[in-house]
Design a protein around this ligand. Structure first.
Ligand SMILES: Cc1cc2nc3c(=O)[nH]c(=O)nc-3n(C[C@H](O)[C@H](O)[C@H](O)COP(=O)(O)OP(=O)(O)OC[C@H]3O[C@@H](n4cnc5c(N)ncnc54)[C@H](O)[C@@H]3O)c2cc1C
Length: 392
C-alpha cells in the first residue's frame, strides 16, 4: 500500500469541542495506526488473516475496555475518548476495529455490567491486557435480525449447565479464549454464559471465503452437550435486553468508527484529485469531481457533529437505544456511499490495494449488516417516533 499520508478533515473546527485528554487519546491512536496498521493491513486483508501480533499494541493504546474502570485493567476513559479510539482504528481498518469493539463492548461490557465480582476479577484484566481475546455469540444460522427466536439452550443438571446449539458469524471466534454466549434456559429466558476454549463439546470452525472484513476472523460456535460450570452464568441481567445492552455500546462505537473509514476515503480521494492530471488539468478542477468531494465533506461533518452530541448524551447516561441506532445507521451508510464515490475518483487505481478505499468499501458491506442491519435500525427509529411496532 502507498505510504499513509492521512490528514483528518475537521471542517467545523470540532477539535475545539474536545478536551486535551480526548485529543491526546485520539492522536496516540492515530499515530499507532499509522505505525502499526497502515504498513501491514493490505497484506493481512489480502491473505485473509487477523494480525494477531497487534493485540498487545491495541491493549496498550486502551482499545480493549476504554471505558472499563482501571481497577479491572480498563482505561477508565469517557465515551468520547472511546468513540475517538474506534474512529481512529477504523480509519485503519474496520476489521481491526471489529476486534476491539467485540472485546470491549460485547465481552468486557457484559462481564463488567452483568457479571459478579469474581467473574470481573477473573476475566477483565486478562481481556484488557490482550492476553485473552473474547467473542460474543448471539446470531444463529436461523436467527439473525430476530435473536429472540434463538434455539441455543441450556439445562440445569444440578452441578452444571448442559449447553447445546450453534452460533454463526461470530467475530474473533476462531481464536477466542472465552465466548459470551446467549442461550435460553428451560423457561425460554435468555442468559449470558461464559464458555471457555477447551470445554468438551465446544468448537469454533472458521468461516472462509469472505470478501469483507478479511483481516478479522469470523467463525461459528458449536455446543454439543457442553458442561458449563454454574459459576459461568452472568447473574445480574437476563432477557433479550441483556445482549441488546451490549449492542448499544458496540453500535455507538461503530457510529464513530464509520467516520474514520469515511475520513480515510475522503482524504485519499481529495489528495488524488489534486495530483491526477487528465485533459491537462487536475481532475479535482472538474465540477463533477468537486461535487463528489464537497458532498463527502458535508456528510462527514454532519456525522461528526451527530456523533459528538451522542457522546455527550452517553457520558450523561442519557443516550437512548433509538438514538444510537440512528447514528449507527446514518454513519455507516454515509461511509459506504463515500467509499463508493471515492473509489470512482481514483478510477482504475481505486480498485487496487495500492489505496485503502476498496478495502474500506468491502469492509463497510459487513458493518452495514452486523449489529443490526440498515433496515432494522430504520424500523427502530420508526417504532420510536410512531409508537407502532413494525416487527410484530
Ligand atoms: C462479518 C460479520 C461479523 C459478525 N459478527 C458477529 C458477532 O461477533 N456476533 C454475533 O452475534 N453476530 C455477528 N454477526 C451477525 C450479524 O449481526 C447478522 O448478520 C445480522 O444481525 C443480520 O442477520 P442475518 O445475516 O441473519 O440476516 P437476516 O436477519 O436474515 O436479514 C436478511 C435481510 O432481511 C432484512 N430483514 C430482516 N428482518 C426484517 C424486518 N422485520 N423488516 C424488514 N427487513 C428485515 C434484513 O435487513 C436483511 O436485509 C456478524 C456478521 C458479519 C457479516
Amino acid at each position: 500500500m502507498a505510504s499513509d499520508l492521512f490528514e483528518a478533515p475537521d471542517y467545523y473546527n470540532l477539535d475545539e469541542l474536545l478536551t486535551d485528554e480526548h485529543k491526546l487519546v485520539r492522536d496516540t491512536t492515530r499515530n499507532w495506526v499509522k505505525k502499526e496498521i497502515s504498513p501491514i493491513i493490505e497484506d493481512y486483508a489480502q491473505k485473509s488473516e487477523f494480525p494477531m501480533h497487534i493485540t498487545k499494541g491495541l491493549a496498550e493504546i486502551g482499545a480493549f475496555g476504554p471505558y472499563i474502570p482501571m481497577k479491572y485493567g480498563g482505561a477508565g476513559l469517557d465515551q468520547i475518548s472511546y468513540g475517538l479510539i474506534m474512529q481512529e482504528i477504523e480509519r485503519g481498518d474496520s476489521g481491526i476495529r471489529s476486534t476491539a469493539s467485540v472485546q470491549s463492548s460485547l465481552v468486557m461490557y457484559p462481564i463488567w455490567k452483568y457479571g459478579n465480582e469474581l467473574q470481573r476479577q477473573k476475566y477483565l484484566p486478562k481481556l484488557a491486557s490482550g492476553a485473552w481475546i473474547g467473542c460474543f455469540g448471539l446470531t444463529e444460522p436461523d436467527h439473525g435480525s430476530n435473536p429472540a427466536g434463538m434455539i441455543t439452550n441450556f439445562k440445569d443438571k444440578g452441578d452444571h449447565y448442559l449447553l447445546n446449539g450453534a452460533k454463526m458469524w461470530i467475530s474473533n471466534a476462531p481464536f477466542a479464549h472465552v465466548a459470551v454466549v446467549w442461550a435460553k434456559d428451560e423457561n425460554g429466558r435468555i442468559h449470558g454464559l461464559l464458555v471457555e476454549r477447551g470445554m468438551e463439546g465446544f468448537s469454533t470452525p472458521e468461516t472462509h471465503s469472505k470478501w469483507s472484513l478479511r483481516a478479522s476472523a469470523t467463525g461459528e460456535l458449536i455446543f454439543d452437550n457442553v458442561k458449563v460450570p454454574k459459576e459461568n452464568l452472568l447473574p445480574n441481567k437476563s432477557g433479550l435486553g441483556a445482549p441488546l445492552g451490549c449492542l448499544d455500546s458496540a453500535r455507538y462505537g461503530i457510529a464513530w468508527g464509520a467516520i474514520g473509514a469515511a475520513m480515510d476515503c475522503y482524504d485519499t480521494a481529495l489528495r488524488y484529485s489534486k495530483e491526477r492530471i487528465q485533459f491537462g488539468k487536475p481532475i479535482g478542477q472538474f465540477q463533477l469531481q468537486q461535487k463528489k468531494l464537497a458532498e463527502m465533506i458535508t456528510e462527514i461533518t454532519k456525522a461528526q457533529i451527530l456523533t459528538w452530541r451522542l457522546g455527550l448524551l452517553k457520558n450523561e447516561d442519557k443516550a437512548t437505544s433509538a438514538q444510537i441506532s440512528m447514528a449507527k445507521r446514518n454513519n455507516v451508510h454515509m461511509a459506504l456511499n463515500i467509499a463508493r464515490e471515492a473509489r470512482q475518483i481514483l478510477g482504475g487505481m481505486g480498485i487496487t490495494g495500492e489505496y485503502s478505499i476498496m478495502r474500506h468499501a468491502m469492509n463497510l458491506e459487513s458493518v452495514i449488516t452486523y449489529e443490526g442491519t440498515h433496515d432494522i435500525h430504520l424500523l427502530i427509529t420508526g417504532l420510536d417516533i410512531t409508537g407502532l411496532n413494525a416487527f410484530k
